[in-house]
Design a protein around this ligand. Structure first.
Ligand SMILES: CC(C)(COP(=O)(O)OP(=O)(O)OC[C@H]1O[C@@H](n2cnc3c(N)ncnc32)[C@H](O)[C@@H]1OP(=O)(O)O)[C@@H](O)C(=O)NCCC(=O)NCCS
Length: 208
């Protein structure tokens, strides 16, 4: 992509050589140890995994990871019932009809995780990664897309991108990571000293 007044970024398919830097970026953006072992993700059928390579530094003030990966995104086509398996609390919540139809036909996909290096945030890269992944999933046969958006104290980081892309929220999962967060299975940079885990998930969806 060349939309930046900064060094260019190219979005390419994930390769094994990207893994260490993707993990570092995830530690920084999503919490230390949050991503864990990538092999279950990498072995998913229908995986779409894009990596944004910055070819000439960040071009921005501020701290980056120091590497050349500016962001990443991944998602995959969901098997029937897989969404409820990923988020058991969703079973009790209504789901929009078009998403139910897509799921029953095996045509529902999930855009599972997206992150942009803080040095690159706010310059359109998140939106670019999002659209690239959604388009690839659609070309691979998806006709509905769900996005579990991370909320911090009720506010989704990805909210502006999702709104701009015409996605609507359909379910709210309060504190889905609370147990792991309390056990310190990973280190969330947003954990509250008084309240503990304050993060949630807001599920967005759209026929695509
Ligand atoms: C969410 C994220 C991927 C967006 O990437 P990005 O490159 O900044 O996205 P864009 O530049 O395309 O869009 C940025 C928009 O999101 C908003 N935004 C970015 N971070 C935000 C935050 N923490 N809270 C609220 N809004 C935020 C910007 O204000 C901007 O909105 P605007 O264009 O209406 O002003 C990035 O901020 C990030 O990696 N955050 C940490 C990890 C995360 O939350 N991942 C999403 C998990 S669902």
């Amino acid at each position: 992509m060349t939309m930046f007044d900064a060094p260019p970024v190219q979005i390419v398919p994930f390769q094994p050589g990207h893994e260490a830097e993707v993990r570092r970026l995830a530690d920084r953006c999503l919490g230390d140890g949050y991503l864990g072992d990538l092999s279950p993700v990498l072995s998913r059928p229908g995986l779409v995994f894009g990596v944004a390579l910055a070819t000439g530094g960040t071009g921005a003030e501020g701290e980056g990871t120091g590497g050349d990966i500016a962001g990443f995104v991944f998602g995959w086509r969901l098997a029937a019932g897989e969404l409820d398996g990923l988020y058991p609390a969703l079973r009790d919540q209504p789901r929009p009809e078009p998403l139910l139809r897509a799921e029953a036909a095996g045509h529902l996909a999930i855009l599972k995780t997206i992150a942009v290096d803080p040095a690159w945030q706010g310059r359109g890269l998140g939106g670019e990664l999002f659209r690239g992944c959604a388009q690839r999933l659609r070309l691979d046969g998806a006709d509905g897309l769900v996005v579990p958006a991370w909320t911090i104290a009720g506010r989704p980081n990805l909210g502006p991108v999702l709104t701009r892309e015409g996605f609507h929220p359909f379910a709210e999962l309060p504190r889905p990571w609370a147990e792991d967060c309390d056990r310190h299975s990973f280190t969330c940079h947003h954990r509250s000293q008084d309240e503990g885990c304050i993060c949630g998930l807001r599920l967005y969806g759209k026929p695509v």
